[in-house]
Design a protein around this ligand. Structure first.
Ligand SMILES: [Zn+2]
Length: 172
């Protein structure tokens, strides 16, 4: 295969399969890095900024492995830059959703819109997430922030905590 593979417009089926796997890691990896920096005494805003820079380092290095290493060619830098631009626009929308008066309609980890029957849990920073997306994260007491080593994650149906607007207006 000699065709450059940084197409960023994968066939839908492959895109869906990729999202299923990568969605679990995107935010989880970043948050883990930021949290570890905060734990080491780095101010939170700097921890987030350092994390951004380091993820860019990872992206560039993986691009070299994929292109120079596997495909014996230079990465298509122009396509990566274009993708980065698009990411910023998408992220703006994602974050606006996060901030919408505490009512989040997408999982901040996988970015999938919540469905009524989704099993959710509350992350101390990201708030409502799919329980499955949070799997592997340490469980902490939401009031004290203390880790609960034996802690079972508290889960709930999305629809139970976030009734649809028409239900709320019915004035139960
Ligand atoms: Zn999710």
């Amino acid at each position: 295969m000699t065709v450059p593979s940084e197409t960023f417009d994968l066939p839908p089926e492959l895109r869906a399969r990729a999202n299923e796997i990568t969605g679990k890691y995107r935010m989880a990896l970043a948050m883990q890095m930021a949290e570890e920096l905060v734990d080491a005494g780095v101010p939170m805003n700097l921890s987030f900024q350092i994390t951004v820079g380091e993820l860019a380092v990872s992206a560039a290095r993986v691009a070299m492995m994929a292109c120079v290493g596997l495909e014996k060619r230079e990465p298509r830098r122009d396509l990566w830059m274009k993708r980065a631009e698009e990411n910023f626009e998408e992220a703006r929308e994602w974050f606006a959703n996060l901030q919408t008066d505490g009512r989040i309609d997408r999982c901040p980890i996988c970015a999938e819109p919540f469905k009524t029957d989704d099993i959710c849990a509350t992350d101390i920073e990201l708030m409502t997430c799919h329980a499955a997306c949070l799997e592997g994260s340490p469980v902490v007491d939401l009031d004290s922030g203390e880790p609960l080593p034996e802690g079972e994650m508290h889960t709930y149906r999305y629809g139970d905590e976030n009734p649809a607007p028409e239900t709320r207006e019915a004035g139960r």
